[in-house]
Design a protein around this ligand. Structure first.
Ligand SMILES: Nc1ncnc2c1ncn2[C@@H]1O[C@H](COP(=O)(O)OP(=O)(O)O)[C@@H](O)[C@H]1O
Ligand SMILES: O=C(O)C1=C[C@@H](OP(=O)(O)O)[C@@H](O)[C@H](O)C1
Ligand SMILES: [Mg+2]
Length: 183
């Protein structure tokens, strides 16, 4: 495995935090969830940060945190689902890290709404139709990635194992290419 950070992106609730944590554990790497880091700094939940300080402040924190994490190595980082809306974040992550997009169909995503609705201020007060619109609108920004993983009907453990295998194969491929290039 090379030392580039592994970054998880994707819509709210697809499993970035859960899968990222497990991948980090399996690879023996430090795990950082950007929402958790920001919440720690403020001492309150994301929804409270949105309420008290506004989304703009949250997005600025997200930006400075992620840009600084991109300068480090060997991390597994799960971003918040809106982080990739900011071009500077996208560019920094894509340039120096391995960006993994966790994909889920809207049909499967909607089965998870109850698990996340309370803690995701962006979903607050939205109808299912509005959530659907946001879901599809966001897909475009997630098309900026290195690896895409379809997660429909998959257990967290299987997703993590699939990712680790893929990364290992990439590493082997890179080794072959490097050797060929050396000849
Ligand atoms: N593959 C999966 N299968 C079933 N439930 C999942 C899966 N991945 C995540 N979840 C659940 O979905 C919810 C949102 O997961 P989370 O990791 O917080 O997503 P994100 O960080 O992308 O918003 C959690 O309750 C989590 O346990
Ligand atoms: O998509 C978004 O705009 C957000 C996603 C959340 O993270 P998760 O994707 O981990 O739910 C969190 O950063 C915040 O509530 C805003
Ligand atoms: Mg998360």
């Amino acid at each position: 495995m090379n030392d580039r950070n592994i970054i998880f992106i994707g819509f709210m609730g697809v499993g970035k935090t859960t899968v990222g944590q497990l991948v980090a554990q399996k690879l023996n790497r430090k795990f950082i969830d950007t929402d958790e880091e920001i919440e720690k700094e403020y001492g309150i939940a994301t929804s409270e940060i949105f309420k008290k300080f506004g989304e703009k402040v949250f997005r600025e924190k997200e930006m400075s945190l992620i840009i600084s994490l991109c300068k480090q190595k060997n991390l597994v980082v799960s971003l918040g689902g809106g982080a990739f809306l900011q071009e500077e974040i996208r560019n920094a992550c894509l340039a120096s890290c391995i960006v993994i997009f966790l994909d889920l169909t809207f049909e499967k995503w909607r089965e998870r709404i109850n698990l996340i609705i309370e803690s995701r201020p962006v979903l607050n007060g939205k109808s299912i139709e509005e959530m659907k619109e946001l879901f599809y609108k966001r897909q475009e920004i997630y098309s900026n990635h290195h690896i895409k993983i379809d997660t429909d009907n998959k257990e967290v453990e299987d997703i993590a194992d699939q990712i680790i295998k893929l990364l290992e194969n990439r590493r082997l491929q890179n080794l072959v290419h490097t050797e060929e290039g050396d000849i």
